[in-house]
Design a protein around this ligand. Sequence first.
Ligand code: GDP
Length: 437
Amino acid sequence: KPVIALVGRPNVGKSTVFNRLTKSRDAIVADFAGLTRDRHYGTGKQGRHEYIVIDTGGFEPTAESGIYMEMAKQTRQAVAEADVVIFVVDARAGVSAQDYDIANYLRKLGKPTVLAANKAEGMTDGVKLTEFYELGLGDVHGMSAAHGQGIRDLVDLALEPLNLPEPQEEDEEADSGVIKLAVAGRPNVGKSTLINTWLGEERVVAFDQPGTTRDAISIPFERGGQRFELIDTAGLRRKGKVFEAIEKFSVVKTLQAIESANVVLLLLDATQGVTDQDAHIAGFILDSGRAVVVAINKWDAIDAYQREMVKRSIETRLAFLKFADMHPISAIKRQGLGPVWTSIAAAHRSAMVKMSTPVLTRLLLEAVQFQQPQRSGMYRPKLRYAHQGGMNPPIIVVHGNSLEHVTDAYKRFLEGRFRKEFKLTGTPLRIEMKTSK
Ligand code: GDP
C-alpha cells in the first residue's frame, strides 16, 4: 500500500489533517482495553485505495544535535520511505522561514509532493494562497482539516502521481491458495533468527528467487503442501545459506508487511515482556484486521517465575488480542515451532471463512431466540437476516430495523455465537448493522 508522509512545521494543523486522512478505518475499530495506538502512523481508505499515513511530528530538517537530531533522523527515514509527501503549511500565517527550509529539503528529495495550505476555510479570494508558489513546489491546494474541506481532493492529489493499479476484488485474492505471512516485531525479538530456523528446516522448501512486489520483498516457500509467501519486514537478503537483515527496523516496512499479509505472526521477546513498542505493533495489527498468531520467543532464556510474569503482562497489555493463539517458543533451540504452524493455518482458514446467507441467517435468528436485543426507549431492534460482507477479516452484515439501538454488549454476544459456530480463531470478526429504510 502506498505510504503518505505528512510534513510541516509545528502548529500548521498536521495532526488534524492526519486524523482526517486516517479516520475512515479507525472508526470501524472499537476501543479495547489495553490497546495502544501510535498516533503517528495510521491507515486510511478512499474509494478502493488504501494507504498508510505517517505524521512526522515537528519536522526540523536541519537539526544537528541531541534528541532533535535523532528525531530528525527518524523523520528523514520515514520521509525517505514514503511514496509521496504532503507538505502542510498554514494558509492564515503565510510563508515562514521554516517553510522555506522544509521546501528546500523536499525539492532536493525529488519525491512527489503535494503542497497543502491548511486553515483555508472561508478564504475564497485565494490571495494569501498565491504566496505559497514561492516555495517552488508547484500548485497550492487550499483546504481546511478542521472543517473537513478539501480532504478528498487532497488524497486524490497525493495518490495521482503514483499511478496505482485498481486493487483486486477480495475474492480474487482469496483464491490464490498462498498464505501471505508477515513476521512482525520490534528489533531483536528474534525475527531473523526465527525466519532462518524456518527456512533452514528440511520440511520447508524456500524458493531461491525472492519475488519482488512493489511494497516489500517476499520469499515464497512451501511446507506440508501449503504454499506460503513470507513478507519481509527487515530487508532480508540471502547471504550464503542464511538470510540476513540488511536494513534497520522500519515502522513503515512493518506496517506495509502487516497490510499486505493474510496472517501476521507477532513475535515478542520473553526476556523483555510486553514493551510499549510491542503494544503499538499489536495495535497496528488489530487496526489492519489481519489474522494474527502471537509467539513469545526466547522462552528458553527465562525461569518459571519470569514466565509467569510474561504471561501476566500479555494478558493485561495485549488483552485486545484475546482471539489470537499464543505460543512460547525458542527460535534458537527450535522449540515449540510446530504449534505455531498449526495456529497460522487455523488463523488463515478462519480469516478466509465463507459463510452463506442462509446459515448466517439461521444462526442469527437462533441467537435472537436465545436472547433478544434490549429495547431502547420505544425502539426494539429487529434483526432479520445476515450476510457476509467481506473476508480477512470476515465481516458479518446484519440487516433489520432500528439496528442503531443494538448495544455493544449484544454485538459481542452475537460475535461469540458466530465465532463458536464457525470455529474462528486468530482473526478479528466484524459485525456491522444495516438498518433497512
Ligand atoms: P530481529 O532483530 O528481530 O531479527 O532479531 P535477531 O533474530 O537478530 O535476534 C536478536 C538476538 O536474539 C540475537 O542475539 C539472537 O541470537 C537472539 N535470539 C533469537 N532467538 C532466540 C531464542 O529463541 N532464544 C534466545 N535465548 N535468544 C534468541
